[in-house]
Design a protein around this ligand. Structure first.
Ligand code: SF4
Length: 416
């Protein structure tokens, strides 16, 4: 098989992994080496459906001895197979880099024969790039769950980011759709990566020249919509991973149906907006002080598709609003729908000099339609919209969203 054909198959097979965003690490090039990464790290682009795709994002092989039902590369899948040698991946990376096509490498793989066998080959690629070619570009490498600690330790020394995919939110989901995978094994690999990152950080604190270990940290990916697991379950798993293993990011990937799929899989993909809502909820927990549990309820364990999670939370807690923009704490302001953390910082800064008015908010380009019912500003103590109006949700979403929203308005009004 020609290199071009392999590239076609193995770049196509890699597109389902969405955890390809840059980690923001910096690596200076050396005089006799090639490339550097400047904090923007890997060059990435977006496909029409919004997925982030790096310019050299490939699998080492799409052969796999596992049979994860949702995965196009599973052993029972009837697809053309291909495999690069480590040397071919090294050659492609250097060649594309020299032509300015890419700024780095995102390398994943199916499981050849065993986790160790596959991980050895992945490590051979990154070792050769860094040692033999002094390659300084960004490298994101998939850690194969179950690979031995020595291989994970070596991989961490060469790459910017490591990621072990959790795949599905619960062990029960894995039993159903990825029978060879176990959450304990996957989390064991995450734990090894975290230990490596922490040990390198500690060593660096007293020895500046200490070698780095995956300086852009670790991430993971969860397929959503392949099982009936709710958003509450997905978010609880994400919270556990963030807390236990210090993950930088959890990526959510909407399941993609394929022809003649296993009957255990749903026939339709979940709406892409569900993936979007999970990212919004994830963002709220990492930067806005929300806990995952606050964003769903026992009665409704899934995020609203019509309202963003912050607005949905505020409408469930109308008794906490409106808040005075001139007196409320940063934590309270961060919970106001329509106020982002940058604008909250600006509001706090303005407050040091004078009272914040509606005009100040306008100048900050906050979405007034959304913000006004939830805040009090001087000379506007009269509320713009009463919070007890039944039709408030429909007045707060953008006109373009109204059509989507109207179908479920009656139900929502009842709930709210
Ligand atoms: S181990 Fe990875 S590549 Fe192999 S079938 Fe499962 S998800 Fe696909």
């Amino acid at each position: 098989m020609s290199l071009t054909t392999k590239l076609k198959f193995l770049a196509e097979a890699a597109k389902y992994d969405v955890s390809c965003a840059s980690g923001g690490s910096r690596r200076s090039g050396s005089k006799d080496g090639l490339g550097h990464t400047d904090g923007h790290s890997i060059c990435h682009s977006f496909t029409p459906d919004g997925r982030c795709v790096s310019l050299l994002k490939i699998l080492l092989t799409n052969y796999c001895v596992y049979d994860c039902v949702f995965c196009v590369n599973r052993v029972s899948s009837d697809i053309p197979r291909a495999a690069f040698t480590p040397q071919e991946v090294v050659g492609l990376t250097l060649d594309f880099y020299r032509r300015n096509y890419i700024e780095g490498l995102f390398l994943s793989s199916g499981i050849f024969r065993s986790p160790d066998d596959t991980m050895e080959q992945l490590v051979a690629v990154v070792r050769t790039l860094r040692q033999a070619h002094r390659f300084g570009g960004y490298i994101h490498l998939k850690a194969i769950p179950g690979a031995s600690q020595g291989l994970i330790e070596e991989a961490g020394r060469w790459v910017d980011r490591l990621s072990a995919n959790i795949e599905l939110p619960t062990q029960a989901d894995l039993v159903q759709l990825a029978p060879e995978k176990q959450i304990t094994v996957i989390e064991g690999t995450m734990s090894q990566i975290q230990e490596g990152v922490q040990a390198a950080r500690e060593e660096k604190s007293y020895r500046r020249a200490a070698p780095a270990f995956a300086p852009a940290g670790q991430s993971t990916q969860m397929v959503i919509g392949a099982t009936p697991s709710t958003d509450a379950t997905i978010l609880a798993t994400a919270a556990h991973l963030y807390q236990s293993y210090g993950l930088r990011r959890v990526y959510y990937s909407a399941f993609s149906p394929y022809p003649h799929a296993d009957p255990r899989l749903p026939l339709q993909a979940p709406p892409l907006v569900r993936e979007h809502r999970l990212y919004q909820a994830d963002w709220l927990t990492r930067f806005y002080g929300f806990s995952m549990e606050e964003l769903t309820t026992t009665d409704d364990p899934n995020l609203s598709l019509d309202l963003d999670p912050k607005l949905a939370w505020a409408l469930r807690h109308r008794d906490r609003f409106p808040v005075d923009v001139n007196r409320a704490s940063r934590e309270v302001l961060l919970r106001v729908p329509g106020l982002g953390y940058k604008n909250v910082a600006k509001i706090l800064s303005i407050r040091r000099y004078h009272r914040v008015t509606l005009d100040d908010l306008r100048k900050l380009h906050v979405p007034l339609r959304r913000v006004r019912p939830f805040v009090l500003t001087p000379a506007h103590s009269e509320r713009f919209l009463r919070l007890d109006r039944d039709d408030l949700p429909s007045l707060l979403v953008k006109p373009a969203q109204l059509e989507l929203f109207s179908a479920s308005l009656d139900t929502l009004s009842g709930q709210l």
